[in-house]
Design a binder for this molecule. Sequence first.
Ligand SMILES: [Zn+2]
Ligand SMILES: [Zn+2]
Length: 194
Amino acid sequence: MSEPSQQFHLFLDVLSPPTQVAGADKIEVPAGISFLEAPVGQPPRLLRATEMRDAAFLLEPILRARQPRLLLISPGTRRVRVNGQPAPRLTLLSVKDQVQFTPDYLLHVTLYHRSSIGPPAPAAIGRECPICRAPFLPSTTVYVCPACATPVHCEGEERGAERLECIRLGPDCPVCGAPVLPEGYSYVPELCRG
Ligand SMILES: [Zn+2]
Ligand SMILES: [Zn+2]
């Protein structure tokens, strides 16, 4: 997979003082390891590679038992609260978790799914659909599972009565069991401020 089809986003919520946040209202966590700074009294933010600090928190999206999780490692003596409880130094975050780095800000964990419906990737042409066993043609349309990257037929009305809609036969990926999801957030948090 060249570009991840799902990405962790952290929605920023201000607990006190109830003022407008300067800058972005959410943090988009890239693939791989990234570092986050959370000084007291300021909103948490991702650091650029050039501004590495010892006191930064480490974030890394991972798959655990095929479920997307966000690894969080706290520096030194800093500890976060997850869902109101003190969390260990090494924590695995899930969608819907609420993370507090400092008392004033709350981050809601959610996943953004990119649209993964389109023509098959060049490497997938000629491979068999896991449901109907027909090989993928360049002219077909496939859904690509965000968890295991398996393509499955997902042709639309334009193909007429002969269309292959294998992905619509069930709610889950036939190979790994991950839910079939449309583009958008898997969970939209209700923020404290309006
Ligand atoms: Zn098929
Ligand atoms: Zn899958």
